[in-house]
Design a protein around this ligand. Sequence first.
Ligand code: NAD
Ligand code: TDX
Length: 366
Amino acid sequence: MPSNRHTPRSVLVTGGAGFIGSNYLLAAVPTQTAVRFVNLDALTYAGQRENLMSLEDLPNYAFQQGDIADRGLVERLFESHNFDTVIHFAAESHVDRSILDPLAFVRTNVLGTATLLEVARQRWKSRGDVRFHHVSTDEVFGALGPEGFFTEDTPYAPRSPYSASKAGADHLVRAYHETYGMPAVISNASNNYGPLQYPEKLIPLVIQNAVSQDPVPVYGMGENVRDWLHVLDHCEAIDRILRSAPDGTTYLVGGGEERSNMDIVHLLLDLVDEALSREAGSSRRLVRFVTDRPGHDFRYALDGSRLAADLDWRPSRSLEQGLRETVAWYLANPEWLEQTRSRTYDEYYTTQYRDRIDAGNPIQAR
Ligand code: NAD
Ligand code: TDX
C-alpha cells in the first residue's frame, strides 16, 4: 500500500461555506481539535456562512470572506496563519450556469486555483511537510457511453465550460507538482448528494419541487446516468487522501451507485410522497421532459479500485438509505431551503427552469 503520511496542522480551506466544504468542516473542525482551520469563502450565491454557525465559537476555526483570486488577501492569510495544508473546494460548480456565464468559471476555477498555487509555492519553497489538495470532478474525463468506467489514467476530455475550467485547474496543480515539486494531490469525485446542497442541482431541486408540488424538469429523456456519492463518504475520502496518498497522485472517488436521472427522480418523488403521507406515486405526475442541456454528458461512472487498493477506502452509505436521510434533512429544514433560494435564485430560476418548463421538449414522448 503506497502511503506518504501528511499531518495537517494549519489548514486553509477554500469554499468552505458551500455544499461539500460545509459538510467537510462540520465533520472535521469539532473532531480534529489539534488542527486549525481557516475558511476562505467569497460567499457567492452558493455560499452560506450560516451553515457553519455552530463552528464559529470553536478555537480552531476562523472564517474569512474573500476571493481566492485576490492574491494580496491570500498572501496575508498565509503570512498570518503559516498554513501547511490547502484543501481547495472553492469553485463555480454548476454546469448549467457555466453555459450561461463561462468566464466566471474560468476566473474562479482557473485563475483562482493558479493564485492559490502561486502563493503556496512562494511561501512553501521546498518544504516537504506541506500539501495542496485539489477537490476536483470526474467531469474532466468527458462522457462515457453505456459501458466502461473512468480510471485515473483516462485522458482528459472535458465538454462543458465548467469541466474545462476544472480540468485547467487539475493541469495547473499537476504542473506545480512536476515543475516545482509542490506536494500536491488531486481527487476526482462523482456526483455528490446530501444535506446543504444548493437547490439548483438535481437532487435538492427535485425534493424542493416535490414538496411544493411544482413541475420537475428532466433534461432530454432522463436517460443520462450519474454515479451518486454521499457527501460524507466524499469528505472521509478527502481526509484519507490528504493524509495518506503519495505526493503527485490522483484518486477517483465514486459512490458505486449508477442510476439514470429518471430512476433518481422517481425514487425521490416516491420518498417525498411517503414522508408526507401522500398517495404512493402521486408526485410522478410532476415530471416534465424539457429541452436537453447543450453538450449533456451521457454517463459518468468511476472505477474506484485504486483508492480501495492503495488506501483501503470504499463508500459506506447505500444510495437508497442516503437518499432517504437526505429527503428527511430537507423536510426538516424548510427555512434553509427558503433562505438559500432567495439568494440570487430568481433570475437563474427564470432562465434555466421556468422558461424550460414553459417551452416543453420538442422530442417529448412517454
Ligand atoms: P458549491 O457551489 O456548493 O460551493 C462553492 C463554494 O465556493 C461556495 O461557498 C462559494 O461561495 C465559494 N466560492 C465560489 N467562488 C469563489 C471565489 N472566487 N473565492 C472564494 N470562494 C468562492 O460547490 P460544491 O458542490 O460544494 O463543490 C465544491 C468543490 O467540489 C468544487 O470544486 C467542485 O468542482 C467539486 N466537486 C463537486 C461535486 C458535486 O457533485 N457537487 C462533485 C465533484 C467535485
Ligand atoms: O433540473 C434538472 N434536470 C435534469 O434532468 C437538473 C438541475 C439536472 N438534470 C440532469 C442533468 C444531469 O444529467 O441531472 C443530472 C445531474 O445534474 P446536476 O445536479 O446539475 O449535476 P451534474 O451536471 O452531473 O454535475 C454535478 O456533479 C459533478 C455537480 O454540479 C458538479 O459540480 C460536479 O463536478
